[in-house]
Ligand binder design. Sequence first.
Ligand code: HEM
Length: 407
Amino acid sequence: MTEIVLDPHTPEFAADPYAVYARMRAHGPWFHAETDTWMLTRIADVERVVLDRSMVRALEDGASPEEAEARRRRMNWHDMPYHQRFVQTNLLESDGAEHDRLRAVVARAFTPKAVDRLRPAIAAHVEGLLETVAGQSRIDFIEDVAAHVPGVVIGRLLGVPDADSPRLRFWSEEVVRFFDPGRDDADKARAEHATRAFHDYLVDLLDRRASVPEDDLLTGLLARHGAGDLSRDELIATVMLILMAGHGSTIDVLGTGLLALLHSPQADADLRADPGLLRPAIDEMFRFDPPLPYFHRFATADCTVGGRDFPAGTRFGLLYGAANRDPDRFDRPDIFDIHRPRARHVAFGGGAHFCLGNHLARMSMELVFTALHRRYRRIGLTGEPLRFKPGLSVRGLEWLPLVLERA
Ligand code: HEM
């Protein structure tokens, strides 16, 4: 069996994590000693874990306060009052009835129908954005276009002013970076600092919204807080999560999705000829290069996964990016194929924590790709070298320089 080396911070891994994933998949569950985690790469094993409610995000195993503190220190999750209060305890990090209560408070805002109400405003934003680069024949798609999409999309849903989205992007990236297994003390300090700044911003915004209500999710959440359905801290943590969860991920998948299309001229031509292919094409972009490829769960009971027995307390790494290339589910998985027969992938996870923002993310993608194709006869790569961000928890391009020919 080939030796497996998982070092997510090397340029080699960033360039092609899928070669490493393929070796791990051949092995089955594989132990990563540095993070004390059993990594799962086969889609059946990943689904087995996410669909099992005895598998949790946060382990409450009756440990004494001293043990719990020791564990936090081992995971470098201590001495971060704001991060602990507003990030480490949000709805994504909670389980069971507590999780379901918090999720129920916001779920209605994310249904396809609710999200569709934002379509005209977001389409207009995307048009305006492309108009700002209309005179340029060469752009960096990431910084000039993609980076300006999610802040405004999520901001419109919540009721956050468009002009604040650059700050929100910065804080989101700082806070989220802390979740990467390779984080260090500097990342930790920056995450705590960003959480505090984010919190102060939201307190101010919520105070203003409380005095002048609007037709938006912030106003709706304030009403639920007033009715006693969620505490003040839970309200802030939930808003922060919504702003963070879809930020970098949308930017990244816009970039990798476009790159996949440009690497496959036939797919690009087929999509231009038949807009009915847009939804399957976008689904394939999510399968092919999911922007959030790694999450975890803890087992609360002894269990069997991938034919192996594990004790309660085991930490499982869910490599969604690897599972989406599993040949047991997807024929020729390393090929980007927009005509692929529909098969369930795990870019948005599964089970209780299944991504709330998936309709919103898909709609943003639809609107951007439709506008790009309408405006540009040809979109090409400049040939300059591309680099992917390092790390296990994200997958996205550092930049995507393009040459454009107007239609
Ligand atoms: C752009 C692509 C996106 C991808 C690939 C993605 C992926 C995911 C994944 C994999 C999870 C599950 C995490 C787990 O298994 O532990 C998740 C959860 C979540 N996502 Fe997304 N997401 C995206 C966009 C968004 C957007 C735009 C929003 C909101 C505006 C959002 C909000 C959430 C929330 C609130 C959760 C937590 C749900 C829960 O714990 O019940 N996501 N996302």
